[in-house]
Design a binder for this molecule. Structure first.
Ligand code: AMP
Length: 215
């Protein structure tokens, strides 16, 4: 059982690498961002509140995201979980440790995807996602094919996130540095932190992550 966290600012490539690991290793991706985007469309009062917070680029409450992860860990069996976008606060990190311990599990690695802010604006503002399979595209580096079909599933609908704007990105980055980056020290102290160069090519980053998983 190899459970890992992908840690890094918005646009670092966590979702892209998580998808690769799902395909290559049959691990299960647990993305609180994806779960919250689903909840958002539920039309419930909670969904609407969450939508506003996300559009601004702020973090939703620990209680909500810990609840979402707890429910998944209760109901999903996997050869290994990839935590993508969770934990984002120290309280969430403590909760995750307790939830895994209750299942007799732990974390194998926390992989910090290192990037610089200048690259993030360009990455985030050109981003589009296949509505049916979640494959990630980028206007400059990986455009949607000219025939309009997703290379992964053939889907023809693509979405852009409401918070993938320069304005919301500023708030998301601030949230990362203030609330999430303390996790780097937290996991370093536990001997779990590994770093990869998130600015390298997608395949090279995937190879670095594979090497960590095999270490
Ligand atoms: P992501 O898809 O990971 O970039 O997440 C999109 C947005 O969902 C974030 O900007 C937050 O508003 C919210 N979100 C996702 N994961 C968390 C989390 N672990 N804690 C708090 N808010 C989160």
């Amino acid at each position: 059982m190899t459970n890992i966290i992908l840690l890094g600012p918005p646009g670092a490539g966590k979702g892209t690498q998580a998808r690769r690991l799902v395909e290559a290793r049959g691990m299960v991706q647990l993305s609180t961002g994806d779960m919250l985007r689903e909840a958002k469309t539920s039309g419930t009062e909670m969904g609407n509140r969450v939508a506003e917070v996300m559009a601004r680029g702020e973090l939703v409450t620990d209680e909500i995201v810990i609840g979402l992860i707890a429910e998944k860990l209760d109901t999903v069996e996997a050869a290994g979980f990839i935590f993508d976008g969770f934990p984002r606060t120290l309280a969430q990190a403590d909760a995750l440790q307790d939830l895994l311990a209750a299942k007799g599990q732990d974390l194998a690695h926390v992989i910090e995807m290192q990037v610089d802010d200048a690259a993030l604006v360009a990455r985030i503002t050109g981003r589009a996602t296949c509505a049916s399979c979640g494959e990630v595209y980028h206007d400059v580096t990986k455009p949607i094919p000219a025939d309009g079909h997703c290379t992964s599933c053939g889907g023809t609908e693509f979405t852009r996130r409401a918070d993938d704007t320069e304005e919301a990105l500023k708030t998301r980055l601030m949230a990362y540095y203030k609330q999430t980056s303390p996790l780097i020290g937290y996991y370093h102290a536990k001997g779990l932190l590994r770093g990869v160069d998130g600015l390298a090519e997608i395949d090279a980053v995937a190879a670095d992550i594979a090497a960590i998983l095999e270490s």
